[in-house]
Every structure is written in structure tokens, then in C-alpha cells.
Design a protein around this ligand. Structure first.
Ligand code: CA
Length: 702
């Protein structure tokens, strides 16, 4: 028998627990079944691509082609970072959850924008340089009352959705190699799935599944073979040894990491209970160096189907065998049932970097159809009998360089596409960014740094305005409406620039897309006619979402310029304003206003000192190797990271050295380069940037 006091304590604690349960808002129960049936609650946006099928289609139809012209800003919320914003928000029962650059997380009232909580995982600044393509984050997963986010430094964190407090944190990477996470986790069947990036830096790719409740590692699947002398004891063991390793050649492939990072798309298929992972490029890029110029190098540039509970291999389809161009297959996978030759098939729709639009059978992994969606020249077609591309013999740049129209930035990159079941069209952000592939004749593996096997030093920007105009014209972007069954284009909108934002399609037959030029636009889904245009002040990269609160439909999108291309590619488009990163939320009749942004640039800060032409030239080469990928080719920063010609440091030798060698700005992402550059080198870079500042001062005063 229990003594009375103890009995009372038990009774009281039980009552208290019940009481708290009743007083707090109903726990947010989002599980596999609810996400799978997400189409039935269009007021929410429960997972990264809307539902598991990742169609990025909202059936909400209050905003339609007739009234979208009256769309206005309902509210906006500024972030504490102005770096690139690639996140797709989630909306669960009136709360909008979004991630930002540097893997930070906001919970906002979806109707008013009021901040409910903010979580900063405090990613150390030095991880910035480990990310090939900016310190971005593409989103979160929501499951069983928690928000799951991958952080740039490789943690998977679980945050209580009500309180914003950390529930658990798991280290998903080894802390040694240059792994980063920018992709959104996906959650299903009590597990959270996450990959990573780093294939430019000599890492070995894998995807991991963690128990959603505890954060315990459930399984891991490696995408490329590792050291044959060391066992992984992973879910991938059998597939790696029997299928993948025989397709790799030479003795060095595993020393270079191999690549194959699953840095973006991971899709759970509730119809077939399968998990699809999109595998990235080789490390180094160049197969000549990576694998003696031979072999398919599985599972690079492939979609691999896994058992979601065990990680066991089910099937794969490799889109670019023997990948040698940074042609990742990591781009968005969208699930649908479509007729192929009149017979309905459960398919994956896929438009990867290599420029072909694929329909892949989800049961067998066989390619059903594949056609070029832009004018690519690395391959003529995909042979449907063999499933393999018919390559252009010159494309592998073995004896001479190869100019590919679909370069490493991709004919379609991570930018979300949308599929409307009303029009049966895919709305696809596409681009042309040509790239001259030239073999690096002096390749030497540098742990932790870029290892491409491709010469990035050869290209010089044209110095004359006509040459730059020609280069601008070669860079193009389009929004395409693509018929995935007929495999042909239905309409397109042309942009002056590549790197335009992701796409949303709605039940009001409206398609929303942001642009590289800082516009947010609505188009008629059937015709491509532009219906509405909003000045977002800065480039929009992210995909938009739609949701509803109390019967009111909203459209939300993140704004903030950045990502791989804008960091590197020079701003020869003129000064770029740099407002804070933000979420913009629109409704019909919204009348909120953004604060004005000052577009003026600081003047070039020209040093009085002069240097020899040899020193300036040495600085130019060092700048191209070590600085250009963040501060812009030939000092022409797009304004995301500092334009070094305009920094106060440029005229103070000691301060410059304290930053470049001493690491004084490490916390902001500017690490010490003392392992790569000596003090004379740092001064040579200052000489080069100084000479460019002097040139800019002359031009800008004309
Ligand atoms: Ca890559």
C-alpha cells in the first residue's frame, strides 16, 4: 500500500501533467500520414516541397489570375543577416518557420509576422570558407512537434516548435573534412534524413537517418567507395562493394574523397515506401584525374532509391555516367503519376544540372523519357534502350578545352520547380551559364581546399565594355513551362540574367517567381503572361510558398542575394543594393511598405603607395586563387561580401595583414590564410586590389 502522502504526490503530479496538457495549445502533431495527405490541408505547407511529392503546388485559389494584380505586402520580417537566402519556409497551423543564412531559425505568426522565437545555432564563422556556394540554408523539416535543421557546420538539430528550445543535436560529420550542410532535412517514419555538401573540397558523400525522437543515428548510406582497407559498417556496404566500387579505377580515387554529396534533394515516397536521394558531382570534377579517365563512378550524378527504415539499396539510375563537369543529380525530385505511351507510371520528374528533363519509373528505376530542356552540347541525347547519354566525344576535355553551354552552375540548379496538376505543366527556372572546361595540368590534391582538376585560372574577363556586353549576353535565364509527358516546352519568359529564383504554382492558375534583378512576379500558368510585379530590392533565389490563416490566402518568399554564382561572378551589372535578408508575405490588398534602401557604393579607397608591375601581377594570380570565389572575379564584388577596392583596410598595410594572415575577422567568416599565403603574398594581393581601386576611381569619376 502507498502511504497517503506519497499517493497524494502521485495524484497531484498526474493532475498537473494533465492540466499542462490541457492548458498549452494542442501539441502540433505532424507525422508521416499527415504530410502524405498534405494536399487536404492547403492552408499549411508541411514539408520542404509542400508535401512528400514535392510538387510545390498549392491548391489555394483565392488569389487568381483576375485579382493577383492587387497583391500587396501584408508584412515582412527582417533577418539579422544579409547573406544569401535560399530557404523555403514551412507553415504549420498559423506559424511560419523559416531558416536563414548561417542556419538560423525563426518562428513567426503567419498572419502578422510577430516573432514567436528565434534560434541561433552559433555556427563558427570559419565554416563560411568550407561552403562552396555561400553560407545559405534551404529549409527545415517539421515532425512531431519539432523543427529539424541542418547547420552549416554539420549538426542536425531538433528544436521544440512551441518553445524554440533545443531538444537534441547530432553531429553528422567528422569535423575534419570540409563538410557543410545547406540542404533541408526531410522527415518520415520516425526518422530525419540529412545529407551534406563538400564535393569541391575532397569529401566522400553520404546520407544519414536519425531517430526523430532521440537524435540517435539509425543508418548511413555512403554514395561512393571509400578506402578498400577500411570497412564502413554502414547500410551501403553491400551496394558499395558489389555495384559501386567496380566502376572506379586507379589507386587514388578514395584519397580524393570521391564526392557524391547528397546536398539537396532527398524525397520520401509514401506510395512505395522508398527514399530517393540525389547524388552530387565527383571530387575532383575531372574524371581523368579521379578515375584514370574510366568508369561510371557510381553513384555519382545518380538518383538512388533506398529503404527508408534500413537504408538498404533498392535501385539507382545514373544520369551522367563518369561525371566530369560538376553535373550533380542533387536537384529537386518531384513525384507524380503520368502517362507514358498511354500507360500511367509512378514517376520522378527530374531536371538536373546536365540539361535533360527525365521521367524515371519509381518502381524499377528505369528512365522512361529524357529530352534536353536547353541547348546543351555535352551529349546528343539519352538512349532509352541503354539509359545512357550519347556523349559529344569532345566533351571530356582530355586533349583540348571544351566550352559547354550548360556549365558547372547547371542548366537548372537547386532552384525549386513546381508542377501544377491543373495544367499538367512543370514550371522550371532554367539558365545558360557557359563554362570552359580545361584540364588542370598541375593538379595536386590539397586537403580541405578546392580540388577540381579543372583550371579555374585561365578565364580573364574582357576589359572592354563591348566584350563585357558579349559576356553578359551569353548569360541567360528563363522561366519555362514544360510539358513532362510530351517532353517539350510550352512557353517561356526570358530574363537578362541567370540565377533566378524558385517557382510556386497555385490553384488560382498563377505561377510565382522571384528574379536575379530583385523582382517578385506572378505569371498566368497557362500562357506565361506577366500579371504582377513587385520591387523586392534584392535578388530572390528561394522558392515561394502559399498558405492560409483564417481563410485569408498568403504568398511568402525569402529575399536576399547570394549563392555560388553571385559570390564569384563579378557584378558587371552595376551597384547592387544590400538590404537585410527578409521574408516577404503578400495578400490581396496588402499595403505594407519596405523601407527605402540606399544603392550608393562607397568610393574606391585608393592607396597612395604604388607597387611594381610584377608584384601587382603576382597579386592578381593569388587573388584569383584565393579571393575571387567570395569577393568576385577580378575584384568586381557583387556586393554580398565586401568589395575589397572599397574597404578601409586597403590603405593600411598592417590592418590588411592582420585580417588576411592574422585572421582578425574569422568570426565573420574571413579566416586566416596563413596556411596558403605568406605576408609578401598578402601584400601582393593588396597591391593588385589597390591598382584595381585606382582604375575604378578613374572610371567612376568619368
Ligand atoms: Ca558541385
Amino acid at each position: 500500500m502507498l502511504s497517503l502522502p506519497r499517493f497524494l504526490v502521485l495524484l497531484l503530479s498526474t493532475l498537473t501533467a494533465v492540466g499542462y496538457g490541457a492548458m498549452a495549445a494542442t501539441p502540433v502533431k505532424v507525422d508521416t500520414a499527415r504530410i502524405a495527405a498534405g494536399d487536404s490541408e492547403p492552408q499549411n505547407w508541411l514539408s520542404h516541397g509542400g508535401t512528400y511529392a514535392e510538387t510545390r503546388y498549392s491548391s489555394l485559389s483565392q488569389i487568381d489570375t483576375a485579382n493577383v494584380g492587387k497583391l500587396g505586402l501584408a508584412w515582412f520580417h527582417d533577418f539579422d543577416t544579409s547573406r544569401g537566402q535560399e530557404g523555403t519556409p514551412l507553415v504549420v497551423d498559423g506559424v511560419l518557420y523559416t531558416t536563414t543564412a548561417w542556419s538560423k531559425v525563426y518562428a513567426l505568426d503567419a498572419a502578422t509576422g510577430k516573432q514567436l522565437w528565434f534560434y541561433d545555432p552559433k555556427v563558427p564563422g570559419q565554416y563560411g570558407i568550407r561552403a562552396c556556394c555561400d553560407v545559405v540554408n534551404r529549409g527545415a523539416a517539421f515532425y512531431d512537434g519539432r523543427v529539424y535543421v541542418g547547420t552549416l557546420d554539420g549538426r542536425l538539430i531538433a528544436i521544440d516548435a512551441k518553445t524554440g528550445k533545443l531538444a537534441w543535436s547530432a553531429k553528422t560529420v567528422d569535423g575534419v573534412h570540409s563538410y557543410t550542410i545547406t540542404g533541408a532535412p526531410r522527415a518520415a517514419r520516425g526518422k530525419v534524413y540529412i545529407g551534406n555538401g563538400g564535393a569541391e573540397y575532397g569529401v566522400r558523400g553520404y546520407v544519414s537517418a536519425y531517430d526523430a525522437k532521440t537524435g540517435r543515428l539509425a543508418w548511413r548510406f555512403y554514395t561512393v567507395p571509400g578506402d578498400p582497407a577500411k570497412a564502413d559498417h554502414a547500410a551501403s556496404d553491400s551496394a558499395i562493394e558489389k555495384i559501386a566500387r567496380p566502376t572506379w579505377y586507379g589507386n587514388d580515387y578514395y584519397k580524393y574523397g570521391g564526392g557524391g554529396t547528397v546536398w539537396d534533394s532527398i524525397v520520401y515516397d509514401p506510395d512505395l515506401n522508398q527514399l530517393y536521394i540525389g547524388v552530387g558531382n565527383g571530387s575532383p570534377w575531372n574524371r581523368q584525374i579521379r578515375s584514370e579517365g574510366k568508369g561510371d563512378n557510381l553513384f555519382l550524378s545518380a538518383i538512388v532509391a533506398l529503404d527508408p527504415d534500413t537504408g538498404k539499396y533498392l535501385w539507382h539510375y545514373q544520369e551522367t555516367p563518369g561525371e566530369s563537369w560538376d553535373y550533380t543529380a542533387a536537384q529537386q525530385m518531384t513525384l507524380a503519376t503520368l502517362p507514358v505511351k498511354g500507360v500511367p507510371h509512378k514517376v520522378i520528374m527530374h531536371a538536373p544540372k546536365n540539361g535533360f528533363f527525365y521521367l524515371i519509373d519509381r518502381l524499377s528505376g528505369k528512365v522512361l523519357s529524357a529530352e534536353k530542356f536547353v541547348g546543351v552540347n555535352w551529349a546528343e541525347k539519352v538512349d532509352l534502350e541503354t539509359g545512357r547519354p550519347v556523349e559529344n566525344p569532345e566533351a571530356r576535355y582530355v586533349d583540348k578545352p571544351f566550352l559547354s553551354y550548360s556549365g558547372a552552375a547547371g542548366a537548372h540548379n537547386w532552384f525549386p520547380m513546381a508542377y501544377s496538376p491543373r495544367t499538367s505543366l512543370v514550371y522550371l527556372p532554367t539558365q545558360q551559364i557557359p563554362f570552359m572546361y580545361t584540364k588542370d595540368g598541375h593538379f595536386e590534391f590539397k586537403p580541405g581546399q578546392w580540388n577540381l582538376g579543372v583550371d579555374m585560372m585561365g578565364g580573364r574577363l574582357p576589359t572592354d565594355e563591348a566584350g563585357r556586353e558579349a559576356m553578359r549576353n551569353a548569360l541567360q535565364g528563363w522561366l519555362m513551362a514544360w510539358d513532362p509527358v510530351a517532353q517539350k516546352e510550352v512557353w517561356r519568359v526570358k530574363y537578362d540574367r541567370p540565377w533566378n529564383g524558385g517557382v510556386l504554382a497555385t490553384g488560382g492558375d498563377v505561377v510565382f517567381q522571384g528574379t536575379a534583378t530583385g523582382r517578385f512576379r506572378a505569371y498566368a500558368a497557362k500562357s506565361g503572361e506577366q500579371l504582377w510585379d513587385f520591387d523586392a530590392q534584392t535578388a530572390i533565389l528561394a522558392g515561394a510558398i502559399s498558405y492560409a490563416v483564417k481563410g485569408q490566402q498568403y504568398i511568402a518568399v525569402l529575399a536576399g542575394n547570394g549563392g555560388g554564382l553571385p559570390l564569384t561572378l563579378p557584378s558587371f551589372y552595376g551597384p547592387q543594393p544590400k538590404p537585410p535578408g527578409r521574408v516577404l508575405v503578400f495578400k490581396v490588398g496588402g499595403n505594407a511598405k519596405l523601407p527605402l534602401v540606399d544603392p550608393t557604393l562607397a568610393a574606391p579607397n585608393v592607396p597612395t603607395q604604388t607597387w611594381s608591375a610584377d608584384t601587382v601581377e603576382r597579386g592578381r594570380v593569388l587573388y584569383a586563387q584565393h579571393c575571387a570565389s567570395c569577393h568576385g572575379m577580378e575584384t568586381l564584388s557583387a556586393g554580398i561580401l565586401p568589395d575589397l577596392r572599397r574597404t578601409a583596410l586597403l590603405t593600411v598595410k598592417d590592418a590588411w595583414e592582420q585580417v588576411v594572415i592574422g585572421g582578425a575577422l574569422t568570426s565573420r567568416g574571413m579566416i586566416s590564410f596563413k596556411d596558403r599565403i605568406d605576408a609578401d603574398g598578402a601584400e601582393a594581393i593588396r597591391a593588385y586590389v589597390g591598382s584595381e581601386a585606382a582604375a575604378a576611381a578613374v572610371t567612376e569619376h568619368r
